[in-house]
Ligand binder design. Sequence first.
Ligand code: ATP
Ligand code: MG
Length: 403
Amino acid sequence: MARYVMRDLWSEVRREVRRLPVDASRFGEDRGRIPCKSPRHDTGEPSRDRLSPRPPSDPSAQPMLVLEAIADPILLLRRDGTVLRRNRAAAARLPAVLPGRGLAPPGSEEARRLASYLALCARSALPVSGVLDLRVGSRRLRVRCRAAWMEDVQGGCILMHLPGSDPVPEEEPGVAARAEPERDRILTRLHRIGQEERLRLARDLHDQSGQSIAALAMGIGALEKHVASAAGHEQIQRLRAQLDEVSKELHRIAVELRPTALDDFGLGVALRRLVADWGARSGVATDFGCTGREPDLASDVEITLYRLCQEALTNIAKHAAGVTTVSVALQYEGEAVSLIVEDDGVGCREGDLSTTRLVADGKFGIVGMRERVGLVGGQFEIESSPEAGTTLVARIGTPGRRI
Ligand SMILES: Nc1ncnc2c1ncn2[C@@H]1O[C@H](COP(=O)(O)OP(=O)(O)OP(=O)(O)O)[C@@H](O)[C@H]1O
Ligand SMILES: [Mg+2]
């Protein structure tokens, strides 16, 4: 133990002792000389002479005797959190806390928090209260504590008073394993609810807003008959044009919410139209093939594959420099449906497609595809290599719920 600058340490310990519950029965032979607040003499403020002991015979031992008299665990710590000394209460209640050891593994979150708490104590003139999570060996503890800085000849140490220490409840084994499927179920449910909501909005836009727009157009037509001036007719033409714009915009939003082609013609035809339109806009040769018999697919499976194809084509337009041909295949085989989108563009390195890398780079297209396919119980793969193009495959089981 460091040799303390006795006068300073003594006054600090004495100040602490005034605040702490002292167990007089622990004093042993030095009992008469130790400042104490024994239950018998506890009249609030301790008497002056009991707190001003005669100088101890072994100065460095005396503070520890005081600490031994305290019923709560007391630790003396180095600034880095290494335990220098502990009193008997600490040895009994916190047996894993040993002199020479730290209160948290170096580099851990607990060690970081402890270091900033101790730094605060070292800067403060008064004891600092706190609640700390400690990790000693395999034991985790949550402690309420008060700690004060004390000078010693080696630069100082921290006296920590721990009136309460409880084991931190360990995470129940298997909780994480159970949480994962639960999370998937909730996400799937949310995904379905989202799709249902989009479908409802699309229907509302089509049925209600569409009818209102048609009624407005008829009203404008009826109004036109009563307008004689050229300026009035001009104004009516402008209103018609604006109404036409609103109608187109609403139609576009409704299609975004729920591709109407899916409702009208089914997945195969909707994809064929999507690929052909994209080819016409981009000027890239496209090829679409559908094999197998189209079963009655669940609506969320259809939407997932449709959106996946949209994002894959967008990616080709954005990233597949030099692309000349894109082929899309929809294959129904037994209980599964697969969508394959292939391009002969510049490709990219396999490492660029790892989820960790994509999320770190703030790219969410492929991550989103993987998630969407996962939510309907399917598998997703993407393969790419420089100058060899990119192939994307999604495979989903066909039995499902139609929303
Ligand atoms: N067909 C492709 N050809 C070449 N590289 C591709 C192709 N598809 C994806 N990539 C590469 O994979 C990366 C990730 O694609 P992803 O769709 O996740 O993100 P993004 O398109 O860059 O951004 P966004 O989040 O807007 O979709 C792209 O930045 C690109 O480098
Ligand atoms: Mg993208």
